[in-house]
Design a protein around this ligand. Structure first.
Ligand SMILES: [Zn+2]
Length: 94
């Protein structure tokens, strides 16, 4: 997922100041994108391989509290160019 982590850090530092758990202001953006799988509440099953919510994780460096943000909502996600899309199946190596 092409995420501009430097832009994400700038936007998040403007959004969040004080940790709601320890009241410190020492945050670090984890260097990867994560996902939250969507759960079917009726069957109580996850749909692995289905839709998911992308998340960036901001971690309090003092107490370890985690805050989650959607990179698409922050405007720090850009779709891959069409020429790069579909050139390699996920999970395969060249
Ligand atoms: Zn904290």
């Amino acid at each position: 997922m092409p995420v501009d982590y430097e832009e994400a850090k700038k936007k998040l530092s403007a959004l969040i100041k004080q940790c709601p758990v320890c009241a410190q202001n020492q945050w670090g953006l984890l260097p990867n994108s994560f996902s939250m799988p969507i759960v079917d509440l009726d069957s109580k099953k996850m749909h692995l391989g289905g839709e998911m919510v992308p998340v960036l994780v901001l971690a309090c460096q003092k107490c370890g509290h985690l805050e989650l943000f959607n990179p698409m909502h922050l405007g720090v996600y850009s779709k891959p160019s069409p020429s790069a899309e579909g050139t390699q199946a996920p999970g395969t190596s060249r």
